[in-house]
Design a protein around this ligand. Structure first.
Ligand code: NAD
Ligand code: WQD
Length: 381
């Protein structure tokens, strides 16, 4: 086992929804993993369950620290525990409505927390990051599918934190070309691990569609309010690109591999440069993109397929065998008609493609919901 051990990764926000699923995949790929999370939107039980799913041998490679990115001492404590080869940075607040009400809280948590992280990474010479960005940076796209080089636009303070952090990452990389940063723009993450042991557990009444449907299905909420049935779409409801969280987790493993492989290609290129200028020029002309192109680069993580609100309701009814009562309501302010990803770049450059469709997303989310009607709590929290 020891000989299979790979690099050491710091995962911020690793106790959260996407974090737990990604940490599990990292452990299965033999990475050593340190989590820092302040448990603002998560519970230690989630990390315990990841350990059980990984099994005793692999979970020995997982270390969990409760700490806040806004507190440099908390970060410093973690950075003195291990030498990190890369950071996957999930930690952040993500509720759009809350960000409108509490912009300072969002800018402080997401921006200051990330600046502290960049500072500590610089201090400890760890200059590889995979950053959780979001399809929200496309705002109300003029065209679909969304392509990575579209003009970016934010619609609310949460979206602006993602947009600003993308810009900050690009500037940091320009200032020091040693940095390698992958910005992953997730579309609409849903589903859960197939075991039903880990999944999304939002506090309070959910804002997002699938957690809301899930709570209706288990009887925690009476009906789903469908925001708008007058959109110019096949059934009048809005279209999004829902993606299974396990596909997303695999996308992070692919992004890490890209970061580490690019370094190897860079190394062998400089070796060949010192061996033969002619050979090196030949080699670099073939490798221009992977070697010099990967500095701070964005990829969409979506399926490339749009599904309507009613498609997701039907999918969940099929998976759960339960009727989801719905009520049509006016459109939600700021919602786009249709958003879905172009997945070509991630396929070509990361070698990653989503494997799961709506049936699997709803099956796994229902498995998690039916086994854990109160999320990680045994009863009404
Ligand atoms: P989540 O809330 O489940 O996980 C985020 C974790 O970060 C939580 O465990 C929280 O306690 C922790 N955290 C927050 N602020 C922190 C801080 N200052 N210090 C330490 N820990 C902190 O959310 P998620 O759905 O897993 O999202 C992960 C990331 O992906 C977020 O950055 C989010 O903005 C982004 N994202 C999420 C979605 C989505 O719909 N879930 C879509 C696009 C992008
Ligand atoms: C999907 C569709 C709603 C709830 C948000 C963030 C985005 C990203 C993903 C983090 C829309 C409709 C919803 C409900 C409904 N998060 N809906 N009834 O708005 O695409 O994206 O989450 O980065 O930044 O904005 O996702 O799940 O909220 O909504 O009818 O109770 O479901 O109107 O059409 P959205 P969502």
């Amino acid at each position: 086992m020891a000989s299979q051990k790979k690099q050491c990764i710091l995962v911020t926000g690793g106790a959260g929804f996407i974090g737990t699923h990604t940490v599990l995949q990292l452990l299965r790929e033999y990475y050593r993993v340190y989590i820092i999370d302040n448990l603002h939107n998560s519970v230690p039980e989630a990390v315990e369950r990841v350990k059980v799913l990984a099994g005793p041998a692999l979970s020995a490679n997982l270390h969990f620290h409760v700490g806040d990115l806004r507190n440099k001492d908390d970060l410093e404590k973690v950075f003195t525990q291990a030498r990190f080869d890369a950071v996957i940075h999930f930690a952040g607040l993500k509720a759009v409505g809350e960000s409108v009400e509490k912009p300072f809280f969002y800018y402080d948590n997401n921006i200051v927390g990330t600046l502290n992280l960049f500072e500590l990474m610089t201090k400890y010479d760890c200059k590889k990051m995979v950053f959780s960005s979001s399809a929200t940076v496309y705002g109300q796209p003029k065209k679909i599918p969304c392509v990575e080089d579209f003009q970016l636009q934010a619609m609310n303070p949460y979206g602006r934190t993602k947009l600003f952090l993308e810009e900050i990452a690009r500037d940091i990389q320009k200032g020091d070309p040693k940095w390698r940063i992958v910005l992953l723009r997730y579309f609409n993450p849903v589903g859960a691990h197939e075991s039903g042991q880990i999944g999304e557990d939002p506090k309070g009444i959910p804002n997002n569609l699938m957690p809301y449907i899930q709570q209706v299905a288990v009887g925690r909420l009476p009906e789903l309010n469908v925001f708008g049935n007058d959109y110019p779409t096949k059934d009048g409801t809005a279209i999004r690109d829902y993606i299974h969280v396990m596909d997303l987790a695999d996308g992070h493993v692919a992004a890490l591999q890209k970061l580490f492989n690019t370094e190897n290609i860079g190394l062998s290129l400089s070796l060949s440069l010192s061996l033969s200028i002619f050979e090196a020029i030949k080699c670099s002309s073939k490798l221009t993109k992977p070697v010099f192109g990967l500095c701070c680069i964005a990829y969409n993580l979506g399926t490339g397929h749009g599904a309507s609100v009613l498609d997701m309701v039907a999918g969940f009814e099929k998976a759960s065998g339960k009727k989801i009562p719905i009520k049509f309501c006016p459109r939600r302010q700021g919602d786009a008609t249709a958003v879905y990803a172009s997945t070509e770049k991630a396929q070509k450059e990361l070698g990653w493609k989503a494997r799961y469709g709506i049936d699997e997303m709803c099956r796994d989310q229902w498995n998690w919901a039916s086994k854990n009607p109160w999320g990680y709590h045994s009863q009404h929290p």
